[in-house]
Write a protein that binds this ligand. Structure first.
Ligand code: IPE
Ligand code: IPE
Ligand code: MG
Length: 253
């Protein structure tokens, strides 16, 4: 079925294939990268790139919801991003407030449920309030789960999980022999979600940058060349077609 080759690159040309609506990845995770470079290309301040990136979030959420994706996890701010200049960090922290004001009615209309992973306790109150409102107003929605990773870091998440397990075991007088993969999994912030089927990183960078490092053990990785503000429906559909052309083996044959 996927035999047609693009002669130039000797690779299947994904746009030649139909999207298989019966094989849509259940959980798509995206490292939304390239906002700064998008702004730089236009000689704009970096924060303009972040603003434009939120427009892509709106667009891609709608497309994901229409395609029947069940979980969309978006890496919005990492535990390492605090090292950026203060004005940039402050601007990113203000985005949930400004962006959710206009986006929330659309999310409700599309039956989208907003959730988060990350160390939210370290966020400014105004950011927390905006996120809390979005969660509250969408809590009964049963469609796409839109999960924002805010102040998220995979290593810190695993350390936290292990600490919780340690406390539980010592309280019960049990030893580390009891620790299983399932226990670590259940104490992660993602415990309620299946592992991502597909991980997309935009902007051409090919690294994981501390995102869901435990959970992507068997995810399909796609590194897309577009800068996040330029990522659109066509690109997402192409990524899903590439995903559909792959064979997942999970260590088997
Ligand atoms: C991703 O875009 C958004 C965040 C990390 C918050 P960047 O801001 O990293 O954009 P580049 O990588 O500098 O282009
Ligand atoms: C990863 O992008 C974090 C987010 C997209 C939120 P970065 O731009 O921070 O990653 P590095 O620094 O290039 O690895
Ligand atoms: Mg970046």
């Amino acid at each position: 079925m996927f035999k047609k080759l693009n002669k130039k690159k000797n690779q299947p040309n994904q746009s030649d294939f139909e999207l298989d609506l019966h094989n849509i990845p259940e959980h798509v995770a995206i490292i939304m990268d390239g906002n700064g470079r998008w702004a730089k290309q236009r000689k704009l301040p970096r924060i303009k790139g972040h603003y434009q990136g939120t427009q892509t979030v709106k667009n891609i959420t709608k497309v994901a919801s229409d395609l029947g994706i069940k979980y969309l996890t978006l890496y919005a701010f990492s535990t390492e991003n605090w090292s950026r200049p203060e004005n940039e960090v402050n601007y990113i922290m203000s985005l949930p407030g400004t962006f959710l004001k206009t986006f929330l009615p659309e999310l409700i209309e599309n039956n989208v449920k907003v959730e988060t992973i990350g160390f939210l306790e370290h966020l400014p109150n105004s950011t927390l309030n905006a996120i809390a409102k979005a969660k509250e107003d969408t809590k009964d929605n049963t469609g796409l789960k839109l999960i924002f990773a805010m102040n998220y870091g995979g290593r810190a998440e695993i350390v936290n999980s292990v600490k919780k397990i340690y406390d539980q075991l010592t309280a019960k007088g049990l030893s580390s022999d009891e620790i299983t993969e399932q226990m670590i999994d259940e104490h992660l912030m993602t415990h309620a979600y299946p592992d991502p089927d597909l991980l997309i990183r935009t902007s051409g960078e090919q690294r994981i940058s501390n995102f869901l490092i435990w959970q992507v053990s068997y995810s399909e990785f796609i590194f897309n060349e577009k800068l996040w503000p330029d990522f659109d429906k066509e690109e997402l559909i192409n990524c899903i077609k590439i995903y559909q052309s792959r064979q997942r083996r999970f260590g088997g044959l």
